[in-house]
Each structure stands twice: as structure tokens, then as C-alpha cells.
Design a protein around this ligand. Structure first.
Ligand SMILES: [Zn+2]
Length: 192
């Protein structure tokens, strides 16, 4: 019975996570690699979700996932969003040094749930967010690799910043940049 129960729990987790990802318009590839479901199963789930929930506005994304790290630096609003989302990913312990568990493993499914919670919290904090779910996945992967972007901290308030690894880094966050006058040259914080 125990094996049957565990399997039921895992199947339930997989379907719940897949539907949650469909609602966020995640790409089929993402859904497959997190849940271990086949493309055919995902297609059927998507169709039944759209039919049952009457959600014709949910799109099924195909093609390539976002790949450009420079996109996160595009403007002040996106930089602020990227910093906020990166903070949530850090606080919730979602950044991983090691490769994730196998697709569909309970550990991977639970991780996927926590990632969705982080992204949903991010959505609730931003009125018109520009970072899509797939962009959020790309931010996570890029922060884990640290090849092109990495985390830094604001010299003004200590909050997390997402910065390009091999470009000149901003010293302060968007908030501090807009509220503090630029430091006078030759004057250190201790002199104030
Ligand atoms: Zn700051």
C-alpha cells in the first residue's frame, strides 16, 4: 500500500505542478523537464485546462526560451524586478549549485512548487511585471551558472542587485540611485 500511496502522491504532484506551469505559460520543454510528463500528456493537459477553465487567453509557448542576460539590464523597471525576483529566489533557497533531481522526482516537484510560489509572490508585488515565467527561469539558471550575470549588493542600502559579470557594475540599486545625491569625490562615508 505504501508504494501505491507514494506513487499516487507523486502523480498528483506532477499533474498539479504541470497545470500550475501551464497557467504561467511555461514552455513545454520546461514542463517536461520539471514534471517528467511526456509532450503528449502535456498537450492533453493543456487542451483540457483551456476547455475546462475557459481560459483561451493562456498561450502555449513554443520555440526558444529567453537566452539574453543583457535583457535583465534593459531598463530601470526590469533591473528593479530582476533584483526583487533574485532576492526571493535567494531567500527561498531556490538557487542550486548542483544539477536538480531527475524530472518528475518528488524532490524536483517540490522544488518546482517553491519556484512557482516565488514567482507568484513576485507577480503579487508588481503591478505590470515584465519578467515572464520563462524569463524568471532564465534568471534562475543564469544566476546559478554565474557566467554572464551574478549577484552584488547595493553600497547604499545593502539590497541585492543583479549585475552583468564582465561589465562596469552599478554601485547602488535603482532606489538609492533615485533618492540619494551622488557621493562627492574624496568624501568617504566616515567623514559624514
Ligand atoms: Zn540601495
Amino acid at each position: 500500500m505504501r508504494i501505491t500511496d507514494d506513487r499516487y502522491t507523486r502523480d498528483r504532484l506532477r499533474l498539479d505542478l504541470a497545470l500550475r506551469l501551464i497557467r504561467h505559460e511555461a514552455r513545454t520543454r520546461t514542463i517536461r523537464s520539471w514534471t517528467g510528463l511526456t509532450d503528449d500528456r502535456i498537450r492533453k493537459l493543456y487542451r483540457s485546462y483551456v476547455a475546462d477553465a475557459g481560459r483561451r487567453d493562456v498561450r502555449r509557448r513554443r520555440g526558444k526560451s529567453p537566452r539574453q542576460c543583457a535583457w535583465f539590464m534593459k531598463n530601470a523597471a526590469i533591473r528593479r524586478e530582476a533584483a526583487g525576483l533574485a532576492t526571493l529566489l535567494c531567500v527561498l533557497g531556490l538557487l542550486r549549485r548542483e544539477a536538480g533531481a531527475a524530472p518528475g522526482a518528488v524532490e524536483q516537484l517540490r522544488w518546482g512548487e517553491r519556484f512557482c510560489e516565488a514567482y507568484e509572490t513576485f507577480l503579487s508585488l508588481n503591478r505590470q511585471p515584465q519578467i515572464s515565467f520563462e524569463h524568471a527561469c532564465h534568471l534562475l539558471r543564469s544566476l546559478e551558472k554565474q557566467n554572464e550575470i551574478c549577484l552584488d549588493d547595493c553600497e547604499g542600502c545593502g539590497s541585492l542587485l543583479v549585475v552583468l559579470r564582465y561589465a562596469e557594475r552599478p554601485q547602488v540599486c535603482e532606489f538609492c540611485a533615485s533618492t540619494r545625491p551622488p557621493a562627492r569625490p574624496g568624501l568617504s562615508v566616515g567623514d559624514c
